[in-house]
Ligand binder design. Structure first.
Ligand code: SF4
Ligand code: SF4
Length: 395
């Protein structure tokens, strides 16, 4: 049943025809965030915890775009749940992390490109990820086995003798471009909705620098006081921030290794395989180890997370993404370590299966949270530099 607030907005929307702007109807989840923000706006105890509460104090009402903006500013650290005197079992039932997470998950689907594929976010779970990686790896294993080169084949330690470089570029290049285009289209729609609701002012260099700092340091996983956020209970811990850092920088290092290898191949004419201490190998090994450590830690934290802190419906999507990142990095390192053994072809099939599954699920899975959160942080950094239009809270 929709809330009174949602019905009021629907009535306003219907009454605003005749050429005037139509007010989007809030979903039940969006209306719940709006209800909780009205309570928080009166309380303001958590004002120093993160970017959400200072952004909240700039508003007296919470429309569609405001709620999408705040939901993606929230880092789900859990601090405001454990600090809240109105959290369940209080009758106000304020649970900001969960309410924000539920709307945040919906925004990925709402802004997805093409829109018809937005529903994939709901289906992108652990089982699908593992089945996809396993199925693709099995397909490659069978293809190689039919050729009789699965085990002990004379590849001279070079897997390009099995799958030529140009074939791999032809397979992964178009998928990578589609991932970039789909996520770019989604986040640009998100930006267009947020911009008028966050002052409408254009992005500027100081704001971009501040948002980049918040992203690179994962500033809002420090609980607002530097000692961290919450996981399985109300104790402060920096573990989630640290494991996110391992994962984030591991991913970037692996991406950098691919970019450098591409330059080596096409610009300098230096062809793979590259060995230590070449730059692609150094970046790849450091990135792979970092990704394994980060994703193993995030997996454990996710499994033991306090049940009130997050949206249980999104756990399969979170775990699916974590599992594929772990499998990609682990199989990549195993491929390098096993390059001189008869298992090279088998390891290559397993690695390519994991990478293909990761790429295929990237635009419609947990990866989106980094892109949308960065956009929200950029708008926050722009907005906070302007006078508070409400002028009541600490500005
Ligand atoms: S989460 Fe609770 S304590 Fe924090 S501002 Fe909202 S109502 Fe107040
Ligand atoms: S869960 Fe953390 S990041 Fe989200 S609103 Fe609460 S304090 Fe802010």
């Amino acid at each position: 049943m929709r809330s009174l607030d949602a019905l009021t907005r629907e009535a306003a929307s219907l009454a605003s025809g005749g050429g005037r702007a139509v007010i989007p109807i809030l979903s039940e989840r969006e209306a719940e965030v709006g209800r909780q923000m009205q309570i928080c706006n009166a309380c303001r105890y958590c004002e120093g915890f993160c970017a959400v509460f200072p952004a909240m104090t700039r508003r007296l009402e919470f429309g569609h775009a405001d709620i999408h903006y705040l939901a993606n500013l929230c880092h789900n650290c859990g601090a405001c749940l454990h600090a809240c005197q109105y959290a369940p079992p209080h009758e106000f039932a304020v649970n900001v992390p969960r309410a924000m997470a539920q709307v945040r998950g919906q925004t990925y689907a709402d802004y997805a490109w093409p829109p018809s594929l937005g529903k994939l976010y709901q289906r992108n779970g652990l089982t699908l990820s593992l089945a996809l990686a396993g199925g693709l790896a099995l397909f490659l294993i069978l293809a190689v086995a039919i050729k009789g080169t699965l085990w002990g084949a004379p590849l001279q330690g070079n897997f390009y003798n099995l799958f030529p470089h140009n074939l791999l570029v032809g397979l992964f290049g178009p998928v990578f471009l589609f991932v970039v285009f789909a996520l770019g289209m989604g986040v640009s729609r998100f930006w267009r909705e947020l911009k008028p609701a966050t002052s409408g002012a254009p992005l500027n260099v100081p704001a971009a620098a501040e948002a980049a700092d918040a992203v690179l340091r994962l500033k809002y996983l420090d609980g607002g006081h530097g000692v961290g956020c919450h996981d399985e209970d109300d104790a402060y811990t920096l573990r989630r921030r640290r494991f996110h850092h391992f994962t984030f920088y591991g991913f970037l290092l692996c991406f950098a290794a691919t970019c450098v290898a591409t330059l080596y191949h096409y610009v300098l004419g230096w062809h793979a395989p590259y060995e230590l201490p070449s730059l692609p190998k150094l970046l790849g090994v450091a990135g792979g180890v970092s990704l394994m450590v980060g994703t193993a830690g995030l997996w454990r934290l996710n499994r033991h997370r306090h049940p009130l802190q997050s949206d249980a419906a999104q756990k399969p999507m979170d775990l699916g993404f974590i599992a594929l990142l772990f499998l990609t990095s682990a199989s990549g390192l195993a491929l390098w370590l096993g390059r001189g053994t008869p298992a090279l072809a088998l390891l290559l099939c397993l690695h390519l299966g994991a990478v293909m599954a990761l790429f295929a699920t990237l635009p419609y899975g947990k990866f989106a949270h980094g892109i949308f959160r960065t956009a929200a942080l950029l708008r926050h950094a722009v907005e906070k530099r302007l006078p508070n239009p409400v002028g009541l809270g600490a500005d």
